[in-house]
Design a protein around this ligand. Structure first.
Ligand code: GLN
Length: 237
């Protein structure tokens, strides 16, 4: 058994260490003797049917523009996977494009793929800094945000968390990110998974469950991860 991780647009969509999320998933599997295969998806590539985890990172407006056409091509397939409960993490630029659209500061609409019931419009300033959110499922999550997009949530998603420090979706309603089925969208870079190991294990656990393995995940020594979390949470915004 091998968990197949689909990494969307590693070249175009990779800001503030987002690639580290894939490394974290691979390592936490390896430490438990679980084999993985990472499929790096670039425009034009086919999407295999038997994907276990989907990950996509953030990117500048110009790079979101570059991948728009391909993303819309593979959108129905990604939607099918998310609807089938495939655990999925999308950060910032791809979080926005898993929604309805992102309207840039210049008024250009970059169309999304409507998996998450969200819409995003660039605001007058960039929202930058360290973030802490509290989540019902994973406790405190720490990360770093840098986006112009202001995201509003529709009724078919719940917020991923509530902002304790930072701006989150739109700097107004204290929501951060969105969750639908096993798909989590968030503005948090950093990367998010190494210093939030409980969240990292959620994706691995859900992937294994889908393969019929409902055993408890073997515990790892996360003392370094917890220290990293603590340092990040003590930083000023
Ligand atoms: N270009 C988008 C924005 O500025 C996404 C940025 C990002 O992925 N960090 O809102």
């Amino acid at each position: 058994m091998k968990l197949k991780i689909l990494h969307l647009y590693p070249k175009e969509m990779n800001l503030y260490g987002d690639h580290g999320n894939v490394l974290t998933l691979v390592k936490r599997c390896e430490w438990r003797g679980i084999k993985t295969e990472v499929i790096e998806h670039e425009p034009g590539d086919p999407i295999p049917d038997d994907i276990d985890i989907i990950f996509g990172g953030g990117g500048q407006d110009s790079n979101q523009d570059k991948i728009e056409d391909d993303l819309r091509k593979i959108g129905p397939k990604l939607k099918k996977l998310v609807e089938a409960d495939v655990p999925t993490l999308v950060v910032c630029g791809l979080y926005q494009l898993f929604g309805d659209y992102f309207e840039t500061a210049e008024g250009k609409i970059i169309h999304g793929i409507d998996i998450l019931d969200i819409a995003t419009k660039a605001g007058p300033t960039r929202l930058i800094g360290n973030v802490i959110i509290s989540t019902p499922e994973f406790g405190e999550i720490v990360g770093y945000e840098n986006h112009s997009g202001l995201t509003t949530l529709g009724k078919n998603v719940t917020a991923f968390g509530t902002v304790v420090k930072g701006y989150g979706n739109n700097s107004e309603d204290f929501t951060e990110g969105a969750k639908y089925k096993n798909c989590i969208g968030t503005y948090l870079h950093g990367p998010i998974l190494p210093k939030n190991p409980r969240l990292a294990d959620y994706f691995i656990k859900k992937a294994l469950e889908k393969r019929g393995n409902t055993n408890k995940l073997e515990r790892l020594n996360d003392s370094i991860e917890h220290r990293a979390h603590k340092v990040a949470s003590s930083r000023p915004q």
